[in-house]
Each structure stands twice: as C-alpha cells, then as structure tokens.
Design a protein around this ligand. Structure first.
Ligand code: SF4
Length: 100
C-alpha cells in the first residue's frame, strides 16, 4: 500500500476516534445550571437535601437511573434531561427513575 493510500485509509479512523473522544468528554452539568437547580441535581447523591426531596432514598444515583446513558462503571455519562452535558454516576436529581 502506498503511503498516500494508507493516509486516505487512516483519515476516517482518526475522525471517528475524535468523535468518540468528543462524546466522552461532554462537560459535567453545573449544579447551578437552571435546569439542574429546578430538578435538584447534585453530583453527589450523598448530599441530597432529604428534607427538600423526601422521595430520595439511599442507594439512588444516576448510575441506577433509567435515564442514565453511560455504561456500567463509567464515572459520568449523558442524561437526556441535560442535553450536551454529562451527569456524575454518583449524582442524583428529582427525576430519578429506577433502571429496569
Ligand atoms: Fe441522574 Fe436520572 Fe436525574 Fe438524569 S434523570 S440527572 S440520570 S437521576
């Protein structure tokens, strides 16, 4: 294979790798973001205000939420409620729904 052909074969792979990296690097939701404030999002479920959110129960976290789109073991992942952002696997918000 000539070096030109090899270059042409590699370019799409580099583009795909950059795309994967860009998706993985979605910034974390700022807890002060208006949507996050409205839903009581916190990046640390252990710090949920239980008086304000009595629905919260120990053990609930983004990683066990049906809306969490990260893989098992990921520290963070996308959530459709926060477009373009990632939520912490250990986070929580009042929209939490048990993963089936
Ligand atoms: Fe986390 Fe679920 Fe709330 Fe999204 S909806 S922030 S995954 S608890």
């Amino acid at each position: 294979m000539t070096s030109r052909r090899r270059f042409i074969a590699i370019v799409p792979l580099l583009g795909a790798a950059a795309l994967v990296r860009a998706q993985a690097a979605a910034p974390l939701v700022d807890p002060k973001d208006p949507q996050a404030v409205a839903l009581g999002y916190t990046p640390d479920a252990a710090k949920v205000d239980k008086a304000k959110y009595p629905k919260y129960a120990a053990g609930q976290a983004c990683a066990s939420c049906a809306l969490f789109q990260g893989k098992a073991g990921d520290a963070a992942g996308p959530c459709p409620l926060y477009a373009g952002k990632s939520v912490a696997a250990k986070g929580w918000c009042s929209a939490w729904v048990k993963k089936a």
